[in-house]
Design a protein around this ligand. Structure first.
Ligand code: GLC
Length: 770
């Protein structure tokens, strides 16, 4: 090729490199973030990145014979005349290096007769060579020690190296296993650690796309897409934490939840067939002194599964019923599916039809497929007017007393075959098709629901979604869909939630106990233990499986279940602080050890331990029949929550873990806020708080607000700095006092005594009681 046309222009932090009539544009967002864009004439609207994120950045561009070189304080990008991109960090360590060789195929080349034979027993055989279908691909060198994380809640393990994944949202009822390439969410953020140096690549393209992370070959990894522009962000930084923060800087953080949202929630498909059944469940929670914040109403509360209806044959007075539950401290979260029943006597369908709000076939007729209500139409959520319309209708549920909305089936799921790619949808103000809008269908439904709740209530909305795209975390919590009551799914819940956390979804959970298949007493017990710090804390099960409420397996399971629910509530103030920190740092609440200890090679493949913020390490039992396990403790000193025994890190210890125990370790020299073991989280401020000292000396910043609305954004919050020195001197500073619900009493539990502080109105400070 001739390199004579190899040149660049540089204007306002945009460097366009041109070679042989092709060009790549590099937008410098900030020193650690550079966007790479190649125009294929497709929509440039981003559903993940809202608003312009660019900050004034110092950078330099130069050219030598072989490369255009773009340099910021954090990244160096070198582009050659073939428009191949290499990236180095601030110290010139390679992060992303283009691979020059050919792709290799791993598909076995067997003839069609043999393919038929293999298939006749039901085995799958790859139909075509994936590599040959590629529209564009980004091919990078893979180092022997390179590790990958992120990608949302894909199946398998924490480290994604050696596997392939697709980005195409799908409703997957079969047991999720590690060879599945895609589930309900598409979150194309890939974090890498190469020779110890972290980076991220965020591919913001909603069309179907694919990652091969060293499965095909140990020499390279590939991202490819079926359509769309080439549009990705290079993320740099000194630590993995910096790189994760870059990603949430771009796609947004999880907004502060209401306090009750961190408490326990009970769900089951079938509860809302009968108000008596719901009451019975609430009665049992009271009778057994089990905390409960919310019951989820599955599809059965609706009239024939019609969204925005309530079956008044079953519930004579829905509002009265929900109010009576609320008085008992229990909120109701009803479900909404996108499918609107095709029924001429149904106002929502009529209205949607009249306004042209449903997705259409190429010929202009409304696209119909079958879901729970039977034949249904699908709101065109990419159209802002449709989102507003949907949001307004949410008021129907909120007026009845719903405390949030669960959005499901929004991949969208369809029972009569997949929705064709050419179904006509809207991309904001442009005509588009399902091919582009499929992966953001759930995102836009969640966004519509979030805004509807926010407008109607003024409170922090509670939305829970199954399908998602990058950035959905701004609008909704997410659960990992229809898992099963399998030990393998309990095991997988840890890497799934850790990778979701790295991928922006700090507020997420799995169906505790498992959704499909019959749980066992032991599995349910180990699940509630392992999920102790799962940000979303919900037990949910399917209609046809055995019951899995805490009491169904007798006293032993019930007592253990209650013990862990109570323990969860002790940690709610800590979790709330973690969420507050997350809104500022963009770092997840539940996280893999590798985020906190990226230089410790031992933790790069750690699938069965997790951390909560920086100070808690959890090592649950996730194997049937096991009552002891190795626990790896990273560097530092750790204190076992149960026994108070102190351990030195960078080694494995053997923990005895009988059925009623969960190994939890607190980092030495931590002050831990210790909440109250209440049965329902009150909307009224707590009058008392306790801090427990683990170790000898610590300082801790604790956050408090009303836990409900957005007034904290106007300064209505309190910030407490609690400190204990090695000589036992203990202090509380009210750093910011903007919320009138300050604690009246604060106890600081030291190793040998409790120091009690009282709030003193006059001095607006805390004074130690004599
Ligand atoms: C889907 C959801 C599940 C729900 C069921 C019925 O399978 O994933 O949570 O219970 O639909 O609405």
């Amino acid at each position: 090729m001739t390199t004579s046309s190899f040149e660049f222009t540089d204007k306002n932090q945009q460097v366009e490199v041109t070679s042989a009539n092709k060009s790549l544009t590099f937008s410098i967002v900030k020193p650690e973030i550079i966007q790479v864009f190649q125009d294929y004439g497709k929509s440039t609207h981003s559903y993940a990145v809202e608003g312009d994120k660019t900050v004034d950045t110092k950078y330099a561009v130069s050219k030598d014979a072989d490369h255009v070189i773009i340099k910021t304080d954090a990244l160096t990008v070198k582009v050659d005349a073939d428009l191949h991109v290499d990236v180095y960090d601030q110290d010139n360590h390679p992060l992303v290096i283009h691979y020059d060789g050919q792709r290799e195929s791993i598909n076995q080349n067997i003839d069609s007769a043999h393919k038929k034979i293999v298939r006749s027993e039901g085995h799958e055989v790859a139909a075509v060579d994936e590599a040959s279908k590629t529209y564009y691909e980004v091919l990078n060198q893979l180092d022997d020690d390179e590790q990958f994380y992120g990608l949302g809640d894909k199946t398998g393990f924490l480290n994604k190296r050696g596997y392939e994944y697709d980005n195409w949202n799908v409703d997957e009822p079969r047991p999720h296993i590690e060879t599945f390439t895609h589930l309900y969410k598409s979150i194309p953020i890939l974090f890498g650690i190469k020779q110890g140096h972290p980076y991220g690549l965020f591919f913001d393209n909603t069309y179907r796309s694919h990652f091969d992370l060293g499965k095909e070959s140990a020499k390279y990894y590939v991202y490819s897409a079926d359509d769309g522009n080439l549009n990705y962000y290079i993320l740099g930084g000194r630590t993995l934490k910096d790189v994760v923060a870059d990603y949430t800087y771009l796609t947004g953080v999880v907004p502060l939840p209401q306090r009750w949202m961190l408490g326990y929630q009970q769900s089951r498909w079938g509860y809302s067939m009968d108000p008596k059944r719901v009451e019975e469940i609430v009665d049992k929670f009271e009778q057994y002194h089990l905390p409960l914040e919310a019951i989820h109403f599955d599809i059965d509360y609706m009239k024939g599964y019609r969204v925005f209806t309530w079956d008044t044959d079953k519930f004579a007075d829905p509002k009265g019923f929900l109010t009576s539950l609320r008085k008992r401290g229990v909120r109701v979260i009803p479900i909404l599916d996108p499918g609107v029943k095709q029924d001429d006597d149904y106002d929502i369908y009529q209205e949607g039809l009249k306004k042209g709000y449903f997705a259409k076939n190429k010929d202009g007729s409304v696209y119909i497929n079958r879901v729970w209500p039977g034949k249904s139409a699908f709101p065109d959520f990419g159209n802002p007017d449709v989102r507003k319309w949907w949001g307004k209708h949410c008021k129907f549920l909120l007026d009845k007393g719903a405390a949030g909305i669960w959005t499901d089936m929004n991949e969208p799921a369809t029972f009569d075959g997949d929705m064709p790619d050419d179904v006509v949808m809207t991309d904001e103000d442009q005509p588009s098709t399902a091919k582009m809008m499929h992966n953001v269908y759930g995102h836009n439904m969640a966004k519509a629901t979030y805004n509807g709740i926010k407008d109607a209530t003024g409170k922090r909305p509670y939305v829970i979604t199954r399908a998602a795209y990058a950035g959905t975390q701004k609008y909704s919590t997410a659960w990992t869909g229809d898992n099963q009551s399998l030990w393998h799914h309990l095991q997988m819940s840890i890497p799934q939630l850790c990778n979701l956390g790295l991928s922006g979804f700090s507020y997420a959970g799995t169906d505790i106990g498992g959704f499909s298949a019959d749980t066992t007493p032991e599995l349910l017990t180990r699940w509630i233990e392992a999920a102790l710090f799962s940000p979303l804390f919900r037990n949910h099960s399917a209609l046809q499986v055995r019951n899995q409420e805490p009491w169904v397996f007798g006293k032993q399971v019930l007592d253990i279940y209650r013990k862990f629910l109570n323990l969860r509530y002790r940690f709610i103030p800590y979790l709330y602080d973690c969420f507050k920190n997350e809104t500022e740092t963009g770092l997840p609440v539940m996280r893999p050890l590798v985020l906190n200890y990226p230089d410790d090679e031992t933790v790069r493949n750690m699938n069965d331990e997790y951390m909560v913020g920086d100070n808690i390490l959890v090592a649950p039992i996730v194997q049937q029949g096991q009552t002891a396990r190795a626990v790896y403790l990273p560097e530092g000193e750790w204190i076992a929550l149960d026994s108070g025994v102190q351990y030195s890190g960078r080694t494995n210890i053997l923990a005895n873990v009988p059925i009623d125990k969960l190994p939890v370790f607190i980092k030495k020299d931590t002050l831990m806020p210790w909440g109250q073991a209440v049965e329902h989280i009150s909307d009224k401020p707590d009058t008392k708080m306790t801090f427990r000292l683990f170790g000898n000396a610590a300082t801790y910043t604790h956050y408090q607000d009303d836990g409900i609305d957005f007034n904290y954004q106007k300064g209505e919050y309190n910030q407490y700095v609690v400190s204990v020195t090695a000589d036992g001197n203990c202090q509380i500073k009210l750093d910011h006092h903007g919320y009138a619900g300050q604690y009246q009493t604060i106890d600081v539990q030291l190793n040998d005594r409790v120091v009690e502080f009282k709030f003193d109105d006059k001095s607006d400070s805390y004074v130690a009681a004599k």
